[in-house]
Design a protein around this ligand. Structure first.
Ligand SMILES: NC(=O)C1=CN([C@@H]2O[C@H](COP(=O)(O)OP(=O)(O)OC[C@H]3O[C@@H](n4cnc5c(N)ncnc54)[C@H](OP(=O)(O)O)[C@@H]3O)[C@@H](O)[C@H]2O)C=CC1
Ligand SMILES: O=C(O)[C@@H]1CCC=N1
Length: 280
């Protein structure tokens, strides 16, 4: 059980996924969590109604001031405005945890203007079903005890890897965005299934079982994906014929470059925010 009060600054999809995971795992009680955002009070009402958390927009600054842990969950473009607005209500006694893509712990410390411990993380939306893969790193002022708190929070929504900050952009490009790549593949397989005469429902059921089965095979056999692929591929059989088409379209290179570009984009988001900070 985590002690103290946790305040989300930003109450969108990721905030909901994380608070839902924490409550499901009973590491906090609903009354320990408060949610705040820019101005959408209907959204706060929804979270209050669905989860029993505290979400009174008239008490925003008080919630922030009284929190032991602040979880920053706004879009990268909004962080400078958000922290400009709330930094007077934050202090070095609070632990600040960010889930924001591309923004470094150093930038967050600069935005805050004090030496609160900052932990940067990168979960993904599978947090909603308790299956996020989350990268976690410590900023300059964070200690082992702060990493431990972050570990407890993010283990409630899946797997946690504690690592150096220099790897967080790569984690963002790989597993932060990763669910979208898998969904994109599933979308394409659905189109393929329909093109060869299956109904949408038949194709969907079979694809999802195939994706779950393949993921479980990778986990449970501990074999490499290349080895498992070869096991499926009979010489001159159907799989070989299908994979030849993927090779023709440079599928592997496309996916690799997708991860590289998403990682670069994470770095760009951080750089753009630094420009905003300098302009203030
Ligand atoms: N979605 C994803 O797959 C993942 C997202 N992330 C990161 O999580 C963060 C949030 O993403 P997501 O939940 O999808 O975004 P959403 O758009 O769903 O939510 C953003 C929230 O930020 C709030 N906000 C905006 N400006 C301010 C402000 N000035 N002060 C306080 N709150 C503000 C919004 O409030 P209002 O509605 O009132 O404007 C809203 O509640 C992003 O930085 C993203 O990089 C990380 C991992 C995965
Ligand atoms: O697309 C984005 O920028 C966010 C960060 C990782 C997933 N979604």
């Amino acid at each position: 059980m985590l002690e103290g009060r946790i305040c989300f600054v930003g109450a969108g999809a990721m905030a909901e996924a994380i608070l839902c995971g924490m409550l499901n795992h009973k590491i906090v009680k609903p009354g320990q969590i408060s949610v705040t955002n820019r101005d959408d009070r209907f959204r706060l009402d929804e979270l209050v109604y669905n989860f029993g958390v505290v979400g009174d927009s008239s008490q925003k600054y008080r919630s922030i001031q009284e929190a032991d842990i602040l979880i920053l969950a706004m879009k990268p473009k909004d962080i400078s405005t958000a922290l400009e607005e709330i930094r007077a209500y934050t202090s070095q006694e609070q632990l600040v945890i960010s889930v924001i893509a591309g923004i470094s712990t150093k930038q967050i410390s600069e935005f805050l203007g004090h030496q609160a411990p900052v932990i940067r993380t990168m979960p993904n939306t599978s947090a909603i079903v308790g299956l996020s893969g989350t990268g976690v790193c410590a900023g300059e002022f964070a200690k082992a005890e702060h990493i431990q708190v972050a570990r407890e929070i993010f283990e409630a929504i899946g797997l946690v890897i504690v690592t150096d900050e220099e790897k967080l952009d790569a984690i963002t490009g790989l597993s932060g965005s990763g669910p979208a790549y898998v969904y994109y593949l599933v979308e394409a397989m659905l189109e393929g299934g329909k093109a060869v005469g299956l109904s949408e429902q038949e194709a969907k059921d079979l694809i999802l079982q195939t994706v779950i089965g393949a993921a479980n095979m990778l986990i449970e056999t501990n074999e490499s994906p290349a080895y498992l692929r070869e096991k499926v591929t009979s010489p001159n059989g159907t799989t070989q014929a299908g994979l030849d088409v993927l090779k023709q379209y440079q599928f592997q290179e496309a996916v690799k470059q997708c991860v590289v570009r998403a990682t670069e984009r994470s770095k760009e988001l951080g750089a753009q925010s630094s420009v905003t900070l300098k302009k203030q």
